[in-house]
Design a protein around this ligand. Structure first.
Ligand SMILES: Cc1cc2nc3c(=O)[nH]c(=O)nc-3n(C[C@H](O)[C@H](O)[C@H](O)COP(=O)(O)OP(=O)(O)OC[C@H]3O[C@@H](n4cnc5c(N)ncnc54)[C@H](O)[C@@H]3O)c2cc1C
Length: 395
């Protein structure tokens, strides 16, 4: 039976980043990936400038379009634009991006068995057994980078701490008048009465269209909304069938995705921004944090504590704040839309967050404490937004 310092399940951005870091630090690591690469992954393919800078890869051949403007609408009406002096979004082909990250890990000496799926694992006092249809391996650590709703997260019962937001996306090739006129603009359409939002990203020779739900419980016909957007914005009667993919967002920030030498990374940990659905950044970042915690600690207890500490200080505050903004948006869509539309400062925050110069925490602190709460809204509403118990007065 082959023994490794660490086994990684999955080589998306989280697993590839962990493999690259651990290999560079001289650990004996094996990554098991159920697909063969390059593989398709449902994604908008939008990298914020924050993500692009963090990945530290030469993306010049991958970037199809750069976004300088984001347009918002409310029920496909009242469009307004947030413009930026530099690019805030970088559109890439996701298949090629993930492949590039895997190639970097392989070039550094990383070992990946493609087409080998982790089907179970067993935590023993001194090692972890990891079983695939081919064989059983042992390792000191298991890193779950298996994406949303994987087998390791479900075995550990971790998924109860996550909210899974169904999302659909489709890539369309073609010459669209909208994209010819606005080649560097992304479109975000809010459909509050239907509990959904949609986006269109220009992508070189075509577009990516997507729709997500504000709340997983709400019955939303995603296919109908994506058709509505395609018809309205692209004058296209689509003939595609779409399948929902979940975006997993952590909602219980008192819990940490690590137990008995099993570390959950990226989507497996629910480390996704609930406001804009950005997950590539947190996947790659958590892969790096877990690798550093393991490589730089004297024993597993210390490694687990260091991973928790890194998540607490470097990832959770932003995800929590993004979750707060998403909840605000769900609850008060019109106010959120108007804030973004009418307050230059909020538009500036939005640009800053995408660019990585500003944090969500700054936004939430500002909104909660100063911006408009003390003046324009009724006290019962201010209390609700602040999370204080109150009831709406009856007339
Ligand atoms: C519709 C949609 C649009 C999105 N758009 C964006 C966007 O524009 N920008 C952005 O930043 N984020 C976006 N996201 C989120 C982003 O795609 C994820 O957060 C990101 O892929 C997480 O990376 P990961 O490495 O954790 O998981 P994944 O990328 O899902 O990788 C998991 C890997 O594990 C493998 N695997 C699974 N199970 C096993 C197993 N048992 N054994 C071995 N291998 C296994 C899979 O084959 C896969 O290769 C979007 C998500 C969705 C659903």
């Amino acid at each position: 039976m082959s023994h490794y310092d660490a086994i990684i399940a999955g080589t998306g951005p989280a697993g590839a980043s962990a493999l690259y870091q651990l290999t560079q630090k001289g650990l004996k690591v094996l990554a098991l990936e159920k697909e063969t690469f390059p593989r398709y992954k449902a994604c908008g393919g939008c990298l914020s400038s924050k993500t692009k800078n963090f990945l530290n890869l030469d993306l010049s051949r991958l970037i199809q379009t750069e976004i300088f403007q984001v347009n918002f609408s409310y029920n496909l009406k009242e469009d307004f634009a947030i413009k930026a002096p530099g690019p805030v979004g970088h559109m890439v082909n996701r298949t090629l991006l993930d492949n590039l990250m895997v190639e970097r890990a392989l070039k550094a000496g990383g070992k990946i068995n493609f087409g080998e799926k982790v089907v179970s694992f067993n935590v023993k006092p001194e090692k972890i057994e990891v079983t695939t249809p081919q064989t059983t391996y042992t390792a000191d650590y298991l890193l779950a980078a298996e994406g949303a709703a994987g087998i390791i997260g479900s075995t550990l019962n971790w998924h109860k701490n996550l909210t899974f937001y169904p999302t659909v996306t489709v890539e369309l090739e073609g010459d669209f008048p909208l994209i010819r006129e606005f080649p560097q603009t992304a479109w975000t359409d809010l459909f509050p009465s239907q509990g959904a939002y949609g986006w269109i990203f220009p992508k070189g020779e075509g577009v990516t269209i997507g729709v997500g739900k504000f709340s997983p419980r709400k019955k939303v016909k995603l296919q109908e909304i994506i058709e509505q957007i395609s018809q309205f914005r692209l004058n296209l009667t689509p003939e595609f069938k779409i399948h929902p993919h979940p975006i997993p967002c952590l909602h219980n920030f008192n819990k940490f995705p690590v137990k008995d030498r099993v570390f959950l990374l990226g989507d497996a940990g629910g480390l996704v921004d609930a406001f804009i659905g950005e997950g590539i950044y947190y996947a790659a970042f958590s892969g790096e944090l877990a690798a550093c915690a393991i490589a730089e600690s004297k024993n597993p207890k210390e490694a687990e504590a260091n991973y928790i500490q890194s998540l607490k200080s470097k990832i959770y505050p932003e995800l929590k704040a993004a979750g707060w903004i998403a909840a605000f948006m769900r609850r008060f869509p019109k106010i959120a839309y108007k804030l973004l539309k009418d307050h230059a400062l909020m538009a500036d925050f939005y640009r800053g967050v995408l660019g990585g110069e500003k944090s969500y925490q700054e936004v939430t602190d500002r909104v909660k404490n100063r911006l408009f709460l003390d003046s324009r809204l009724p006290q019962w509403l201010i209390k609700q937004i602040r999370g204080e118990k109150t009831e709406k007065p009856t007339v």
